[in-house]
Design a protein around this ligand. Structure first.
Ligand SMILES: Cc1ncc(COP(=O)(O)O)c(C=O)c1O
Length: 470
C-alpha cells in the first residue's frame, strides 16, 4: 500500500468509524453466534498474493462485525466498562502511525517524559500526595503482579530476585474473599503460591473484616511465615465494595507489610473531590492501581500504577545487558525496570489527549452523571414490585434480583432472566454472587451512556421478566 492509498483508506476508515459510533445504538450489544461461526468463515491459509484493502475491509464488515460485542454501546451495562472516546481513538491512530517502541528513554524520549507528566496529572486529579510516582501498564493485573513482586522483594530482603523463594519461609499475601482473581493470579506467578493467599472474610457490605486480617497475620507469624503483602480493594468487581483502606494502611504500617490498593475501576471516581473521603488512608499505600481504560474514556490498554518506592521494584526487575545500555543517565525513569515486558507501547499519548480534550471538569461531569443514573435506577428498582435491590449503588454499580413470590429457585430464575436479556441483544448485563445468592449486576459508565439508556434497559429487563413469569 503506498501512502496515497493509505491516505484514501484512512479517510474512508475514519468516516466509517464516525458512522459506527454515531449509529452504535442500532447494533445488538452482545454478539450472538455459535462458537466457531467466525472461524468457519476464515480461510485455513493466508493469501499468497496481497489483496486489495477494499476486499479486506469488506470481510471485516461481513465476517467479523457480526461477531463483535459492542463495548462502546451505551446500553453496555455488563462487567466494568472498557471506555474509549473519540480523542482517545485519534491518539491511538497516531500511536499506531508512529509505531514507537518505548522501552527506554532513548528509544522514545517524548513518550517517557509525557508518561511522567500525565501520571503526575492523574495522581493529582485523584488526590494522591507527591510521594507517589507512576507508570502506565497494560492492565491492572500486571500492575498488581508488579506490586506483589515489590512486596516479595521487600519481605524476603532481596532473596526473591536473587535466589527465588524456594527453601525459605513462606511469604503470605492477604486480600479479601471478594478480591479480583488477578490478585491470586499475581501471587501464583510471583511464586508465592495460591496456598499462601489468605482470603479474609468480608462483612455484609462486602468489605474486608480487619479483625480477621489481624488474626490471620498473627497466626501466620506464630507459624513462622512472613506476612508480605496486603491487597485492599477500592471497588470490588462483584458489588463495588470498598475495603477499609485507612485501617489497612494502619495495619500495614504497624506490621511492616506492603500495602497495595486495587482501585482498578473505582479509582477513577476519586477525581471527584467529594468522594475522596471514601478512600481515606490511600496515601498510606505502597502502591495503587486504577484503570483509565475502565472509567476515564481512554482506550484499552491504559492502567495507571502508582508506587511510593519504585527502586524496590527496579531492584527486583532491572537487567541491563549490553544491548540495552544507553548513555542516557537521566532523571527520567527507565520504565522498562517498572514493567513485566521490555517493550512498551506509547500509552501516555491517549491519556494526554483525553485529559486535555475533556479537562478535569469534563471527566468529572461524566462520572457525576453515571453516579446520578445509578441512584435513579436504584430508586426505580426499589419501587418495582417483584424486584429487589440486592446491593448498592456502590458508585455506579448495583445489583438486583427478580424475586416474585412462590418461586422456589430464585437463582435459576435470575440466571434464566440474565440469559434472556443478553440473548435479546438490547442490553448486556452480568451476574455475581452476593451473600450466597445469584444476583444480576448493572454497571453504568460506558462513555455514551445517559439516563435514557439506563431507563430503557430497565424497562426491557422488566418486560423480559414478565414474559418469563407467564
Ligand atoms: C477490581 C478489579 N481489579 C482488577 C481487574 C483486572 O483488570 P485488568 O483487566 O486491567 O487486568 C478488574 C477487572 O475488571 C477489577 O474489576
Amino acid at each position: 500500500m503506498d501512502f496515497e492509498e493509505f491516505r484514501r483508506n484512512g479517510h474512508d476508515f475514519v468516516t466509517w468509524m464516525a458512522d459506527y459510533l454515531g449509529q452504535i445504538e442500532g447494533y445488538r450489544v452482545r454478539a450472538k453466534l455459535e462458537p466457531g461461526a467466525i472461524l468457519a468463515q476464515l480461510p485455513d491459509e493466508p493469501p499468497h498474493s496481497g489483496e486489495a484493502m477494499d476486499q479486506v475491509f469488506a470481510d471485516f464488515i461481513r465476517i467479523l462485525l457480526p461477531g463483535i460485542t459492542h463495548w462502546q454501546h451505551p446500553r453496555f451495562l455488563a462487567y466494568f466498562p472498557a471506555n474509549s472516546s473519540p480523542p482517545s481513538v485519534l491518539a491511538e491512530m497516531l500511536t499506531a502511525t508512529l509505531g514507537a517502541q518505548c522501552m527506554l528513554w532513548e528509544t522514545s524520549p517524548a513518550a517517557a517524559e509525557l508518561e511522567q507528566r500525565v501520571m503526575e496529572w492523574l495522581g493529582g486529579l485523584v488526590g494522591l500526595g507527591p510521594g507517589f510516582t507512576g507508570s502506565i501498564q497494560d492492565s491492572a493485573s500486571s500492575a498488581t503482579l508488579l506490586a506483589i513482586i515489590s512486596a516479595a522483594e521487600r519481605a524476603s530482603g532481596g532473596r526473591f530476585s536473587r535466589e527465588g523463594l524456594a527453601g525459605g519461609p513462606r511469604l503470605i499475601l492477604y486480600c479479601s474473599a471478594e478480591a479480583h482473581s488477578s490478585v491470586e493470579k499475581g501471587a501464583r506467578i510471583a511464586g508465592i503460591g495460591a496456598a499462601n493467599v489468605r482470603k479474609i472474610p468480608v462483612d455484609q457490605n462486602g468489605a474486608m473484616i480487619t479483625a480477621a486480617l489481624r488474626g490471620a497475620i498473627r497466626t501466620d507469624r506464630n507459624s513462622g511465615h512472613v506476612p508480605a503483602c496486603i491487597v485492599g480493594c477500592f471497588g470490588t468487581t462483584g458489588i463495588g465494595a470498598i475495603d477499609p483502606i485507612e485501617q489497612l494502611s494502619t495495619i500495614a504500617r504497624t506490621e511492616g507489610i506492603y500495602l497495595h490498593v486495587d482501585a482498578a475501576w473505582a479509582g477513577a471516581a476519586l477525581i471527584l473531590p467529594e468522594l475522596r473521603g471514601l478512600a481515606a488512608g490511600l496515601d498510606g499505600a505502597d502502591s495503587i492501581v486504577l484503570n483509565p481504560h475502565k472509567w476515564l474514556m481512554t482506550n484499552f490498554d491504559c492502567s495507571a500504577f502508582f508506587m511510593r518506592h519504585p527502586a524496590e521494584l527496579a531492584r527486583a526487575l532491572s537487567l541491563t545487558p549490553t544491548y540495552l545500555e544507553t548513555r542516557a543517565a537521566s532523571s527520567i525513569p527507565e520504565y522498562r525496570d517498572w514493567s513485566i515486558a521490555l517493550g512498551r507501547r506509547f500509552r501516555a499519548l491517549k491519556l494526554w489527549f483525553v485529559l486535555r480534550s475533556y479537562g478535569s471538569e469534563g471527566l468529572r461531569a461524566k462520572i457525576r452523571s453515571d453516579l446520578a443514573a445509578a441512584q435513579r435506577l436504584a430508586a426505580l428498582i426499589r419501587s418495582t414490585a417483584d424486584f429487589e435491590l440486592t446491593s448498592g449503588p456502590n458508585l455506579a454499580l448495583l445489583s438486583f434480583r427478580y424475586a416474585p413470590e412462590g418461586v422456589a429457585d430464585l437463582d435459576a430464575l435470575n440466571e434464566t432472566l440474565l440469559h434472556v436479556v443478553n440473548d435479546g441483544g438490547f442490553t448486556y448485563l452480568t451476574k455475581t454472587r452476593h451473600q450466597g445468592r445469584l444476583v444480576i449486576r448493572i454497571s453504568i459508565g460506558q462513555t455514551y451512556t445517559t439516563w435514557r439508556h439506563v431507563e430503557e434497559s430497565w424497562r426491557h429487563i422488566q418486560d423480559c421478566a414478565q414474559k418469563l413469569a407467564r
